[in-house]
Design a protein around this ligand. Structure first.
Ligand code: AMP
Length: 411
């Protein structure tokens, strides 16, 4: 299968060739023809499958062939994404794929001043990529009007709901024209996602590239059972044993992420943290350093990590297990992207065994249990201390709320 077989027009194919894309990925193969035909699409695909291009390419093409410009003025396509990182990355994908197509797009997200964003909007855009909070804010201020939208994409909807955006999304939807084409992507499909999709999509075509909640097949998963106080030594051991020079390391909390960076720097290992307490510019800087490999380890909380797209990321390390089992799947989906292999190595402390049981139920038995060496660290008061109180939805989540939510949405 080629992009030409999918009837993708030459200017886009030329841009894709520059990106080194030779063939469509399965989600692109399945979704693009339906979107080009004007259908609503319900896509179940995790990150790393090429889902961004699955909606971006047909949108660009529909613009180019003038099927999306019935009204002359105003925003024609709206793409909602849960995090600023993902929104920025979608914007970059439109830059890459749309090089030879004359349309204007802009990205709006919170956490930065709105001046540049409102200026871009005032100059007129065809495609708007937005996080829900900032979009609503700018709508309320009158900078964004959605009545000209002809194409609407909701990306990573499960994550948007996890982050508590459901009301914002509902408010945004009421401002959209009823007659529009809608594409809806989610990595997991718990009942509340089905319900939201049913209300939003008209006669949708369902496309799916993996079983619901299946982890990326190309990812080799392994697990070390280890005491909490031994985790940093284990990390050093694993980096050496596996000869890892570049890895994304997951933590549950911002505090934990900062502390780990300090410990790693003491070991002489270059690491930076990326989480919601860091400024947008600090996060971008850390991400750039990681992408250009001046930083060996990027220590991330779950929400900050969404949308991080690093080409050829070979290793993901779950230094702390997530409380919500589906998050494990999102995490390990950062590697093994677009058909390349990858490894996910997890550390499970005694107090995390309940999370591990939940994860195993989702991923089955495809995890190799590794034996750690003996370490002689003494458990400190801090290791015994309960974790700091965290805001629900801000750091990838902890706290009883999230736990209850996770149990409720198990399927
Ligand atoms: P996504 O799932 O959209 O985050 O994409 C995951 C990764 O796959 C990104 O690094 C894309 O640049 C890459 N990608 C998307 N489509 C293709 C393709 N057809 N061939 C090769 N790489 C692709």
């Amino acid at each position: 299968m080629t992009f030409e077989n999918l009837n993708i027009i030459l200017p886009i194919r030329e841009a894709l060739a520059k990106q080194g894309y030779l063939n469509p990925t399965p989600i692109q193969e399945k979704a693009i023809p339906f979107i080009l035909e004007g259908n609503d699409v319900f896509g179940c695909a995790q990150t790393g499958t090429g889902k961004t291009a699955a909606f971006a390419l047909p949108i660009l093409q529909l613009f180019h062939t003038k099927q999306l410009t019935k009204k002359t003025q105003g925003i024609k396509a709206l793409i909602l994404a849960p995090t600023r990182e993902l929104a920025i990355q979608i914007g970059e994908s439109f830059d890459d794929y749309g090089k030879n197509i004359n349309i204007k797009h802009t990205v709006i997200f919170g956490g930065v001043s709105q001046g540049n964003q409102t200026r871009a909007l005032q100059q007129g855009v065809d495609i708007l990529i937005a996080t829900p909070g900032r979009l609503l804010d700018l709508m309320n201020q009158g900078f964004v009007k959605l009545h000209t939208i002809e194409f609407f994409v909701l990306d990573e909807v499960d994550r948007m709901l996890d982050m508590g955006f459901v009301r914002d999304i509902q408010k945004i939807i009421t401002k959209l024209p009823v007659k529009r084409q809608t594409v809806f992507f989610s990595a997991t499909v718990p009942p509340e996602i089905k319900k939201l999709a049913n209300g939003l999509l008209t006669n949708p075509v369902s496309v799916q590239v993996t079983a619901v909640s299946a982890p990326a097949e190309m990812v080799k998963q392994s697990m070390y059972f280890v005491e909490k106080q031994d985790k940093k030594d284990l990390l050093k051991f694993v980096l050496e044993k596996e000869n890892i020079n570049h890895a994304l390391v997951f933590m549950r909390t911002k505090h934990g992420a900062n502390k780990l960076v300090k410990d790693l720097v003491k070991f002489g290992i270059s690491a930076e943290a990326i989480h919601g307490n860091k400024s947008q510019s600090a996060r971008q800087k850390a991400l750039e350093g990681f992408k250009n490999r001046t930083i060996k380890l990027l220590i991330a909380t779950d929400i900050a990590s969404r949308g991080i797209d690093v080409d050829k990321l070979t290793h993901v390390i779950n230094y702390e297990l997530p409380e919500v089992a589906e998050t494990y799947i999102h995490r390990i989906g950062r590697t093994g992207r677009a058909g390349e292999g990858g490894a996910a190595i997890s550390f499970c402390a005694t107090e995390e065994k309940a999370y591990w049981k939940d994860i195993l139920k989702l991923v089955g038995t495809a995890v190799v249990i590794e034996t750690p060496p003996k370490f002689n660290n003494v458990r400190t008061a801090e290791d015994n201390a309960p974790e700091r109180k965290r805001q629900f939805g801000n750091s990838g989540g902890s706290g009883s709320n999230n736990r209850r939510f996770s149990n409720k949405r198990r399927f």
